[in-house]
Design a protein around this ligand. Structure first.
Ligand code: MRU
Length: 355
């Protein structure tokens, strides 16, 4: 089964939240269907859906599910149920700011009434969640075009984690830049970091690139320095889960190592993320909460224990790359250059002023 624009990673169908189950790819392509926000929160926690923009869209649909499952007969009672749903969904994963961005956007709709009936609010919630999902694809394509301009006609690219259609609603962020550059006829070779411990690179990015017919090679995470030094790497492309106001970027664990090695080897290091991933309320990256996941994700691979029973493990899901390692941040509004504390602030101000 090939992923294409018709198959979104998360969507609304028959009053259910539907998602491609990313825990079983590439062995199986299965769609999960959920009726309740509690199930959606659990799907986000278990990484059935993952990737910052996809998590945001799933949270939007989770809120839509909350309106459907609520037995409230008054708008005031429905608002109480929505506040409860928001706090359950907000506890699913802490790092990707898109989750909180989408929840706040949904709550702003609810608070923007007046609503003549609970059904009117239900319809508005489904429409808003659909809107978040539609916008995501459109934004990704704009980022793809902005980023493709930075990709040479022939390029070897290191990519970390999965930032493609699966990590968004469709198209992708960093992998969206690869897709856009490829669509322009550029000759690309993507070195796919396998991305331990959940193997988003080996399982998901390789699956997407294979379906798209883009040349790629899966590499061990620790080999990127070797490739940059010996084999000629033109650029690194990564996504982001949260970008602080000074440009410090939280992304999948291992991104920081990649950025440091890129600097050491004079390889440009680009972060590709929509404006919704930028958290101007957080001044620097040390203030970003880093999710700690179950240590069994490190010691057990696909049901097989690889470490001695009883050896402790640690599993931070993300790290923070300090802003000075980042060449540029590619957004739907253009390519943002250092100093990021100035350029991000200017972008945020311009957007607030409607420019
Ligand atoms: O733990 P995950 O798989 O949700 O982490 C995903 C990433 O770190 C991605 O790089 C990030 O969300 C950007 S995806 C467009």
């Amino acid at each position: 089964m090939a992923i294409n624009e018709e198959v979104r990673s998360v969507f609304w169908e028959n009053n259910q939240v539907c998602m491609i189950d990313q825990t079983v790819l590439p062995a199986r392509f299965e769609i999960r269907r959920y009726d309740t926000y509690q199930e959606v929160a659990e799907a986000i926690r278990a990484m059935v859906v993952r990737g910052a923009p996809a998590i945001g869209a799933a949270a939007g649909f989770g809120m839509a599910a909350a309106t459907q499952q609520s037995k409230a007969t008054t708008v005031a009672a429905l608002m109480d149920d929505l506040r409860a749903a928001r706090s359950v969904l907000a506890r699913s994963r802490p790092t990707a700011v898109n989750l909180f961005w989408a929840l706040e956007r949904m709550m702003r709709v609810a608070e923007g009434g007046p609503w003549s009936s609970v059904d009117e609010l239900r319809r508005a919630f489904v429409a808003e969640a659909e809107q978040i999902a539609d916008e995501d694809i459109e934004i990704n394509k704009r980022m793809g075009e902005n980023g493709a301009a930075l990709v040479p006609q022939e390029a070897t690219i290191i990519h970390h984690c999965n930032t493609g259609s699966l990590a968004t609603v469709g198209w992708g962020t960093a992998l969206g830049v690869v897709r856009s550059a490829y669509a322009q006829g550029k000759k690309l070779h993507v070195l796919v970091d396998e991305t331990r411990p959940r193997l988003q690179g080996a399982r998901l990015t390789a699956w997407e690139l294979k379906n798209l017919g883009i040349k790629h090679t899966i590499i061990p995470d620790g080999s990127s320095g070797h490739y940059m030094r010996r084999r000629g790497v033109d650029l690194c492309l990564v996504g982001a889960d949260r970008i602080a106001a000074n440009g410090d970027t939280a992304n999948k664990i291992g991104t920081y190592n990649l950025a440091v090695v890129a600097r050491e080897n004079w390889v440009p290091f680009y972060v590709v993320a929509p404006f919704s991933t930028i958290d101007m309320s957080i001044m620097h990256g040390d203030l970003i909460e880093i999710e700690e996941r179950d240590q069994e994700e490190v010691t057990v691979i696909q049901g097989q224990r690889i470490a001695p029973e009883g050896s402790p493990a640690s599993n931070p899901a993300f790290d923070v790359t300090p802003h000075h390692y980042i060449t540029a941040i590619i957004t739907e509004y253009g390519v943002i250059r250092p100093p990021f504390n100035v350029s991000l602030h200017k972008l945020a101000e311009n957007l607030k002023a409607g420019m």
